[in-house]
Design a protein around this ligand. Structure first.
Ligand SMILES: [Zn+2]
Length: 418
C-alpha cells in the first residue's frame, strides 16, 4: 500500500482553495491504492455504497479512473476493480536554478516522461531565462508522448528565491536583483491555458523527497539544496515551515564567520560564502598553490571535476570537501538543535559527492549538537538526483490535483460540476 504523503501546501498563481468535496477524497483514495473496488472505497472512506457509485460514475467520465476487471470475491459476486490511470494526464515541472533550467514532463505518479536541461545565467538574464523555460516546456511536451500537451493539467515551477504564498508572482529582490521583483512565469505560459504554481526550489526538493525519495514517511525533516546558492525546506509536522513572511529556512544566510566575506544579502560570512558554488570554485583556485599536483590544479573548476577528483582521493578535492563538511556541519548542528528533524536530506549537484561528503559532515554536525537532538537525526543524500526539484515542481501540481481537482479545471470534464 502506498502511504499517502499528506499535504505540503504550495504557492499558486490562481484563486483560493474551495472546501474539499467528497469526490476529492475518493479520487485520492483510488490514486493512493491504484486498484480498489467500490465496496472497499465505501468502507475506507466511510461512505454509503450509493454515494460511492455516484462519485465513481463521475470519475469514470474523466478518464482518470477506469474499470479494470474483476477482483477477489469475499463471498457473493466478484467486485469490479477500479484502477487509477497515471498516464491519463501530464504535468510539467520546472526547476529554475541560479545557473541552469531543468524541465520535466511527468505522468500522475511523477514518472518522468521527458526531460530537458540547459545551463543558463538565470540570475543575470530574466528575459532569456523566460524564453528558455518556454522553449524547454515545448521540448518536453513534444517528447512526452502523443497528446502530452492536450493532457497537461498544470505547470509547477521552482525558483531560487523565497516565495510568499500570498504573493506567488513575486521574487525576492535580494535573491534575484536583476528580476525586478517579478518572475512573470504565469503570463509566459498563458497560452497553454493551465494553472501555474510557483514555490521556492528547496521547498519543492523537500516535497519530492517526501513523496518519492529519501524522506518518505517522515513528518519532520529538512532538505538542503546545495547549489550556486544554499537553500533549505523544513517540513515540520508534515507541512512546509514558511515562517511569518515566507522566508523561513534560509540556511544559506546563517552567519558562520561574522568577519567573513560579504554575502549578496549584505551580511558577512554567511554559509553561502563558504559552500555556495562560486565559493567552492574560488577555494579550489586558491588551494592550487598548496596542491600543484592535483587533478584540479588547472582549468575551469567545476563541481563535476571536483566529484571526479574526489573519487580518486585527490588531496585538493578532499581538502575542499573537508572544509565544506566543517562549515555545513556547523549550520546543520544549529538546525538540529533548533528543530530536531528525523533526517536531513542533501540535494543539488554537490550531494553527488555522497559518503565522501556525508561521513565528515555527520561527524561535525554530531560533534556540535546537543546530543539527544543529534542522535535521532540521519543525514542522507537525495535519491532523486539532478531532476529532484523539477519532480518536486510537478508534485506540487499533483498534490493540488489530488486535494482539490477543481482548482485544476482541465483535470475534470467540463460536464462535471459537483
Ligand atoms: Zn547572506
Amino acid at each position: 500500500m502506498t502511504r499517502f504523503p499528506g499535504r505540503v501546501v504550495g504557492a499558486s498563481d490562481f484563486g483560493p482553495a474551495r472546501p474539499p468535496a467528497l469526490s476529492d477524497a475518493v479520487l485520492r483514495l483510488i490514486w493512493e491504492e491504484r486498484r480498489i473496488s467500490r465496496a472497499e472505497i465505501a468502507r475506507r472512506a466511510d461512505l454509503s455504497r450509493s454515494t460511492v457509485s455516484e462519485i465513481v460514475e463521475t470519475l469514470l467520465g474523466t478518464g482518470l479512473v477506469v474499470e479494470a476487471g474483476e477482483g477477489v470475491s469475499r463471498g457473493g459476486r466478484r467486485p469490479i476493480v477500479l484502477e487509477f490511470q497515471d498516464a491519463s494526464r501530464t504535468i510539467v515541472g520546472v526547476d529554475m536554478g541560479a545557473a541552469h533550467v531543468t524541465v520535466v514532463c511527468t505522468d500522475l505518479r511523477a514518472r518522468v516522461l521527458a526531460a530537458a536541461r540547459e545551463p543558463h545565467p538565470v540570475q543575470a538574464d530574466p528575459e532569456g531565462t523566460r524564453q528558455l523555460i518556454r522553449r524547454l516546456i515545448e521540448t518536453v511536451l513534444s517528447a512526452g508522448g502523443e497528446g502530452a500537451r492536450d493532457r497537461l493539467i498544470g505547470i509547477g515551477i521552482g525558483v531560487p528565491s523565497p516565495v510568499d504564498i500570498r504573493h506567488p508572482d513575486r521574487l525576492s529582490p535580494i535573491a534575484m536583483p536583476a528580476w525586478d521583483g517579478r518572475h512573470g512565469l504565469a503570463a509566459l505560459c498563458a497560452d497553454l491555458r493551465v494553472p501555474v504554481q510557483v514555490d521556492n526550489d528547496a521547498n519543492l526538493g523537500a516535497l519530492a523527497e517526501r513523496w518519492w525519495g529519501a524522506a518518505q514517511g517522515l513528518d519532520h525533516f529538512a532538505y538542503i539544496k546545495l547549489g550556486t546558492g544554499i537553500g533549505a525546506g523544513h517540513v515540520i509536522d508534515g507541512r512546509i515551515h514558511r515562517g511569518a513572511s515566507g522566508v523561513g529556512g534560509e540556511i544559506g544566510h546563517i552567519a558562520i564567520d561574522p568577519r567573513g566575506e560579504t554575502c549578496n544579502c549584505g551580511n558577512r560570512g554567511c554559509l553561502t560564502t563558504f559552500v555556495g558554488g562560486p565559493a567552492l570554485a574560488a577555494r579550489i583556485v586558491a588551494l592550487r598553490a598548496v596542491y600543484p599536483q592535483s587533478l584540479l590544479a588547472d582549468g575551469h573548476p567545476t563541481l563535476a571535476r571536483l566529484e571526479e577528483a574526489a573519487r580518486v582521493d585527490d588531496p585538493l578535492a578532499l581538502q575542499v570537501i573537508h572544509e565544506v563538511a566543517e562549515h555545513l556541519g556547523i549550520a546543520i548542528a544549529g538546525m538540529l538543535n533548533l528543530l530536531n528533524p528525523a533526517a536531513v536530506i542533501l540535494g543539488g549537484r554537490i550531494a553527488g559527492l555522497g559518503e565522501k561528503l556525508i561521513t565528515p559532515l555527520r561527524a561535525t554536525a554530531l560533534r556540535r549538537t546537543f546530543v539527544p537532538a543529534a542522535a535521532a537525526t540521519e543525514i542522507r543524500a537525495s535519491t532523486l538526483g539532478a531532476q529532484g526539484i523539477a519532480i518536486g515542481a510537478a508534485t506540487l501540481v499533483l498534490d493540488t490535483a489530488l486535494h482539490d481537482p477543481r482548482r485544476l479545471r482541465p483535470i475534470l470534464d467540463p460536464r462535471v460540476t459537483d
